[in-house]
Design a protein around this ligand. Structure first.
Ligand code: V47
Ligand code: SF4
Length: 374
């Protein structure tokens, strides 16, 4: 069988047998996957695991990102996006500017708005539910995927409320789900070196657990290509797998390729295509209980994202339109891709494009006409 021929040469035969039997992989298996130079074998194995779950379907969403402000109390070492008040490049969108972007998204046929920002030192807690409510009352068809676990924790401290109370109020205002950002690498060593002023790994896990218990589904991410070691990426993924066993609330896993420009650690340089493919493949193989693995073309390029679709990813994000976090860190990708181009990327990879909503329900293509809204 071709799968065995390739994996035998790569030293991955035992692991491939486990994958074929549907057996859970261990941390040691994960280390072997990181060590193999045979990325073709690794990709083939991950594609096998993916196709068993998702067939040839590849999901994409028509969305728009709104990064409402980059003013942030903190200074994580990998971040080029955050600025202090008055610093060159600092910005805050007014509520009108946010609503104008939501309108543009709605008029352009988007199904989702992805909303995240810095930890704003001077907005009151009430600002955040008001922002969601302002969008949702005008455009009820839009799913609001908003606020990372880091923001939720910040709001809870700001408001003097529990995480659950904050989440319930946000859901009441229109929150549909949570994005997966802020996880970085869930180990104390990386936390203490790169983001020690921000909540740590235990709290990221705790906030997602509470979100899942409150009925809010979420995504998970992993920022790779900086100071992290392979064993730390495995620890990271196994922590996500463990929480997923408990709650089942994660929808997808998204490796994020670190962009170094304009960050205090820019001398580390940037990793390239094979690293992105490897993270997707290992994510698919280790996270056997997370239904989807997403490639984020904004960070990888469309070309590498397309290859990821043959190496374990069954999902690609998204039409995007405007993106600040990666572009302030030197990304050269465009900020927008049309739905037609996304479908073409998927089809060229031999897969079937499926327009989906944020919760992974299939949507009709071409989309049904929607009511005109002011
Ligand atoms: O939390 C920060 C990361 C994240 C850099 O859930 C950087 O569907 C690369 O989480 N280079 C935000 N990455 C993006 C994110 C995301 C993106 C797409 C989809 C989803 C989803 C989530 O970006 C941050 C941080 O981990 N980040 N700085 C940088 N220089
Ligand atoms: Fe602020 Fe988030 Fe950047 Fe850290 S990663 S400095 S919390 S915007």
């Amino acid at each position: 069988m071709p799968l065995e021929v390739l994996t035998d040469k790569s030293g991955l035969l035992e692991i491939s047998r486990k994958v074929e039997r549907g057996e859970r992989l261990t941390a040691d298996d994960g280390m072997a996957l990181y060590k193999t130079p045979n990325v073709a074998a690794l990709s083939q194995l991950a594609d096998f695991a993916n196709q068993r779950l998702n067939g040839l379907r590849v999901g994409y969403n028509v969305n728009r990102h709104i990064n409402y402000s980059n003013v942030c109390k903190l200074s994580c070492m990998f971040c080029a996006y955050a600025k202090k008040h008055g610093e060159d490049g600092a910005y805050e969108f007014s509520m009108d500017e946010i609503i104008a972007r939501a309108k543009e998204a709605y008029d352009g046929g988007a199904d989702e708005i992805h909303i995240v920002g810095g930890l704003q030192p001077d907005y009151p807690w009430e600002y955040y539910p008001a922002m969601l409510r302002a969008i949702k009352t005008r455009y009820p068809e839009l799913h609001l995927k908003a606020f990372t676990a880091v923001e939720i924790d910040y709001f809870a401290n700001l408001a003097g409320k529990t995480h659950a109370e904050v989440l319930h109020e946000l859901v009441d205002a229109g929150l549909g789900s949570m994005p997966g950002g802020g996880a970085e690498i869930l180990t104390d060593r990386v936390w203490s070196k790169l983001y020690r002023d921000k909540m740590g790994p235990d709290m990221w896990i705790k906030v997602h657990r509470i979100a899942h218990q409150c009925g809010v589904r979420s995504n998970s991410t992993m920022l790779h290509g900086h100071i992290e070691r392979d064993d730390e990426k495995i620890t990271h993924m196994l922590r996500i797998r463990e929480l997923q066993d408990e709650t089942g609330g994660f929808m997808t896993f998204i490796p994020l390729r670190f962009h170094p420009e304009n960050t205090p650690i820019q001398k580390l340089g940037i990793v390239h295509g094979v690293s992105s493919v490897r993270e997707i493949a290992i994510g698919r193989l280790l996270l056997d209980n997370v239904p989807h693995v997403k490639t984020y073309w904004i960070m990888t390029s469309l070309e590498v994202a397309q290859i990821c679709l043959t190496a374990g990813a069954d999902d690609i994000d998204g039409t995007v339109v405007e993106e600040k976090i990666t572009h302030m860190a030197g990304a050269k990708t465009p900020e927008h891709v049309s739905e037609a181009d996304l479908r073409r990327v998927i089809e060229e990879a031999g897969r079937t494009p499926v327009r989906r909503d944020t919760l992974y329900n299939e949507l009709p293509y071409p989309p049904k006409p929607r009511p005109q809204r002011a």
